[in-house]
Ligand binder design. Sequence first.
Ligand code: 4AZ
Length: 248
Amino acid sequence: IVGGAFTSIKSHPWVAAIFNRRYGFLCGGTLIAPCWVLTAAHCFPDGAEANDLSVYLGKNAINETDADKEQSFNVEKVIIHTEFNEENHNNDIALLKIKSSNGECAVKTASVRTACIPPSNRELPAEYQCTIAGFGKGAYASWHYTQYLKEGKVNLLSRTACNSSLHYKGLITDKMMCARSPDWRTDACKGDSGGPLVCDMAGRMFLFGIVSWGEDCAKKNKPGVYTQVTKYNRWIAEKTQLPKYTEG
Ligand code: 4AZ
């Protein structure tokens, strides 16, 4: 996260940290059900072998162990959207089925809980303020990920505006959404990918976006681009066999 502020995992208890056992920290993710983490497809450019991955929940820092709060998992299954397009990032969504060495899924604590998936037809108005969180870089050219979890406030930008010549000139598909801070100082960045953009609706945090791409980070007129989760309610329900939340 560029800009924003350091925070505690207790304020974002659905944030998952995804590691490659050989290469280290890979991406963020969001716990959407005790056994399921939603993330971005582009986190797994080589298709991803489940055995190479590990997932942590309840983690405040990527290079420190917080044994009494964190929960660690193996990955039982990696489900990458079959229509993920590496060129334009369309369908940048993937699911990880997690299982601890004891064969358990996530246990709800003060540091670990699920985020809600919004109903499939729910759209929020432009300028609605939402929150992003992750361990990604504090600046595009930075050498390191941020050691501690950060959060940032961003406002939604309409797809029409985001597709205008001022911003991404038609690169935003109907399955993407854009958000930026009005001063362009807060944004997701490398390493935040796969992590959450959550929005408060009536006191509950709903996962509306998955950090996907953007030109640079916190660059003027270049919003962060997110996979629009509400376009995938059916896909998520089908892959996880969890009930699909619809709203009349
Ligand atoms: C990346 O490279 C990346 N500013 C993620 C998010 C953004 C840019 C780049 C959005 O993973």
